[in-house]
Design a protein around this ligand. Structure first.
Ligand code: HEM
Length: 362
């Protein structure tokens, strides 16, 4: 620390430490645990701020027409940092749970109508990651931002108009140059490999002497169901219908690119893109885990009571788990992974281009 920098000034400690004002104290019935309640929420808001800081920079990187290799590494590291923060956010719930339901009731009435539901930074994180407004569960038949102050509402409405991480990654995937090089057409090659794999599976069932006729019929039906999921993927028109009904979100071209990255992720040039996709899936999972842990805590604290923000409390929160998933399309891509043994070998000249250049020339 330089001579003129003082620890407390640098961190703005006098402001930071003068922001805890328990309502219970000001109304003359001090409740010991309200301090923990305030500090826990403030800590979350600080972590939200850090997450937003990371998201801004990652979006800046991924929105470039060409993302330089070193910056891609940086974007992935920053997203991985978000995951670490999310782990802390999940654990932090345990500290708040040392406040018992009766301790909470000592001051809960003083909070109405305030609620975490009004955390505009939490909403910004959801929006920047890519949760679209129309996917949100209706809350009192009002838009979720109606419970915010005018200032926060404006910030949220502006953010909704900006491209999200989902949009940026989708556009980046659509630009991938690897889907077709020279004589190699990934989608066609993959389609052929899938058909060959299913033909083999069917044959294995038909010629398995250990299976009864009934078992064989059952397994063939199961196989047909899996094949139907793949057929949907290969039928661009039907895929687009699913997209317009909201069942799928990722564009068909971006889906192809994401699958290529997942299937050939061991090729050096695809390592980093694979880490990026994997980290998005992890961020989504950790956000869902936080939502679940928060919902359980809420159930433990207030049972089936209404929330201070006026929602149906636990019942509302538990519905957001599935409805507010953001990168679900990426998670579900594992349905379409095929075993390494069935994966087509890449032509040698392409394999070389996906490797590290040095030392690979004869
Ligand atoms: C005693 C502890 C807590 C209780 C009983 C509680 C209760 C609730 C309830 C019932 C809701 C639904 C909205 C409503 O009707 O109010 C909610 C939403 C929310 N709470 Fe909490 N909460 C607690 C702690 C926290 C903490 C520590 C945070 C951290 C910032 C937080 C963040 C949120 C967020 C972001 C939402 C909106 C979730 C969504 O709409 O998906 N809560 N909370």
């Amino acid at each position: 620390m330089s001579e003129n920098t003082y620890y407390g000034d640098y961190l703005g400690l006098s402001q930071l430490l003068s922001c805890q004002h328990p309502r219970s104290v000001s109304v003359g019935r001090p409740a010991h645990d309200e301090m923990l309640f305030i500090i826990t929420h403030q800590t979350y808001e600080l972590w939200f701020r850090q997450i937003l800081h990371e998201l801004h920079s990652v979006l800046g990187i991924l929105q470039q027409k060409i993302v330089p290799d070193n910056q891609m590494g940086q974007a992935v590291s920053r997203l991985e940092r978000i995951c670490e923060i999310q782990q802390v956010m999940i654990q932090q719930i345990q500290i708040l749970e040392t406040m018992r339901p009766l301790d909470f009731l000592d001051f809960r009435d003083l909070l109405v109508p305030a609620s975490g539901f009004q955390s505009f930074q939490f909403r910004l994180i959801e929006i920047m990651l890519g949760l679209p407004g129309q996917q949100r569960i209706k809350y009192h038949e009002h838009a979720y931002y109606e419970s915010l102050s005018e200032e926060h509402k404006q910030i949220i409405l502006d953010a909704e108009k900006m491209p999200s991480l989902f949009n940026a990654v989708e556009a980046w995937l659509e630009r991938t140059p690897f889907l077709r090089f020279d004589d190699f057409d990934f989608w066609q090659t993959y389609h052929e490999a899938v058909e060959a794999m299913f033909a083999q599976d069917r044959e294995r069932i038909e010629h398995n002497p250990l299976l009864s006729e009934k078992d064989q019929a059952f397994r063939q039906r199961q196989l047909s169901n899996t094949m139907a999921a793949f057929e949907l993927l290969f039928d661009t028109e039907r895929y687009e219908t699913l997209r317009s009904s909201g069942e799928r979100r990722l564009s068909h071209r971006a889906t192809q690119a994401a699958l290529l990255i997942m299937l050939y992720r061991e090729r050096p040039i695809l390592h980093m893109p694979y880490r990026l996709l994997n980290t998005l899936v992890q961020i989504d999972e950790l956000l869902t885990t936080w939502r679940y842990r928060h919902a359980l805590m809420v159930q433990r604290m207030i049972g089936a009571k209404q929330g201070t923000g006026g929602s149906m409390g636990y019942n509302y929160l538990i519905k957001t788990l599935d409805a507010h998933r953001i990168f679900g399309d990426f998670t579900q891509l594992t349905t379409f992974l095929i075993p390494r043994s069935a994966l087509p070998e890449l032509p040698e000249h392409i394999d070389q281009r996906l490797g590290f250049a040095y030392g690979s020339t004869p």
